[in-house]
Design a protein around this ligand. Structure first.
Ligand code: AMP
Ligand code: GLY
Length: 428
């Protein structure tokens, strides 16, 4: 069996690593991959949004299963193209991918399905959006409707800031066409969690829960990033909350998509804010999370290839997944300056000292090999050091000890990954 993974970050490295362990897997390709993925799979220099290029490659190499990491190709319709060519691919089609492609679409679905979410208003016209600011309470959340690489959500403290945010999104078009429409949303206070499921439109198979750390600095301070670390499971999602999320969020949304005639098949990620014992949906992603995938797959027992094949065949009820009860923690090592501007090409040392361990794995994100054969930084998020142990506290100790071996100029990381989970464990 030949597998193609699309993307080149830490999430895709974790996917490649796990899929490679599947029964009957011959070759794993990754487009475009990174230096860490290159050590485990064959990297192909194709952009994830080059849908034609990816399809041609999949035909040439007799790919039996394609797994898409990032959202952009899904929202652009890669699944529709592969399906038309009869090539198995995991993910929602273009219509269903609107759950990430348009925040306004998602809000309407949530309303239709009666799923808890922040109160909201949607505007196509900036003048109307400005007028709507009268009498709003603050903080307020201003969101660009479309895909904005995780940057289109602005939390504002007063009306002046809200006007600036609307101007930035709708008039200056800081996020391009993603800002043709804006969502104004009530600010929710609570604890965030990531809840990811696999579904063939009928059966829903939840993955282990996780928690991301979006802000750049310790204590959730500073601007948002793609995610600076994650752990799984998230103690805030206990058994009762898990059941509530399935019953009040995931099932109603899958049913609503079926009723609309746009069934959802693939991976669905609900970004939740848990407040007053209620899971509110902040957003949906139509893919795995990054870095959540790293600790989740590190704990997954069972064959992910077989599970994806069952999903594709509409036989997900026959799939089984099990989870190592030990938690896992992933800490992201980032380039100095990220999420703002940063330099690339810094030599990374110390990686070899962590190779071959079963309890620690360094997943690569923005890395590449230079002409001299050195591994150098090539992005904002560079590495995701992941460790498993018997408790979150033991994971933290292990992961931060492992990080001491790694060095590159400007390397920064959060020191508090997992602390919220430990705090929550103490409170229950
Ligand atoms: P989103 O891409 O919609 O998940 O938003 C990115 C981040 O902004 C979330 O992970 C939250 O930290 C924050 N956020 C989004 N919507 C809200 C909200 N209604 N209330 C509070 N925080 C929010
Ligand atoms: N870690 C957040 C995301 O994958 O969207």
């Amino acid at each position: 069996m030949n597998i193609l993974v699309i993307g080149g970050g830490g999430r895709e490295h974790a996917l490649v690593w796990k899929l490679k362990q599947g029964d009957g897997v011959q070759t794993v390709y990754c487009a475009p991959g990174n230096a860490g993925i290159a050590a485990e799979a064959t990297c192909v220099s194709l952009s994830p949004t080059d849908l034609e290029g990816c399809l041609t490659f999949a035909k040439e190499k007799d790919i039996n299963l394609t797994v898409v990491g990032p959202e952009a190709p899904l929202v652009a319709g890669i699944v529709d193209r592969f399906a038309a060519a009869g090539i198995p691919i995991i993910g929602p089609d273009q219509k269903a991918a609107q759950l990430e492609g348009s925040k306004a679409f998602t809000k309407r679905i949530l309303e239709e399905a009666g799923v808890p979410t922040a109160d909201f208003e949607i505007f196509d016209d900036p003048t109307e959006a400005f007028q709507a600011l009268q009498g709003k309470s603050y903080p307020l959340v201003v969101k660009a409707d479309g895909l904005a690489a995780g940057k289109g959500v602005l939390i504002v403290q007063d009306q002046g800031e809200a006007e600036d945010a609307i101007r930035t999104i709708m008039e200056e078009k800081a996020f391009g066409d993603a800002g043709n429409r804006v969502v104004l949303e009530e600010f929710l206070r609570g604890e965030e969690a990531s809840f990811i499921v696999l579904t063939d439109g009928e059966t829903i198979l939840p993955l282990a829960s996780s928690q991301d750390h979006k802000a750049i600095y310790d204590g959730d301070k500073g601007p948002n990033t793609g995610g600076m670390g994650a752990y799984s499971p998230a103690p805030v999602v206990d058994a009762a909350m898990h059941e509530k999320v399935m019953r009040t969020v995931i099932e109603p949304v899958i049913e609503a998509m079926n009723r609309r005639g746009t069934p959802y098949r693939g991976i669905l990620y609900a970004g939740l804010m848990i407040a007053d014992d209620t899971p509110y949906v902040l957003e949906f992603n139509v893919r795995m999370g990054d870095p959540e995938t790293q600790p989740i797959l590190f704990r997954m027992e069972g064959d992910l290839v077989e599970t994806f094949v069952r999903l594709h065949e509409g036989q997900l009820h026959k799939a089984e997944l099990a989870w190592n009860p030990n938690p896992a923690v992933c800490v992201v090592l980032a380039s100095g300056g990220y999420p703002g501007s940063y330099e690339k090409g810094k030599v990374i040392t110390g990686l070899e000292s962590l190779e071959g361990r079963s309890d620690v794995k360094v997943f690569h994100a923005g890395t590449k090999q230079n002409e001299r054969g050195e591994i150098v930084t090539n992005g904002g998020r560079v590495l995701g050091v992941t460790a498993a142990d018997s408790s979150l506290a033991a994971c933290r100790e292990k992961v931060y000890k492992a990080i001491e071996a790694i060095h590159f100029e400007g390397m920064t990381y959060r020191k508090d990954i997992g602390l919220k989970g430990i705090q929550r464990e103490k409170n229950v």
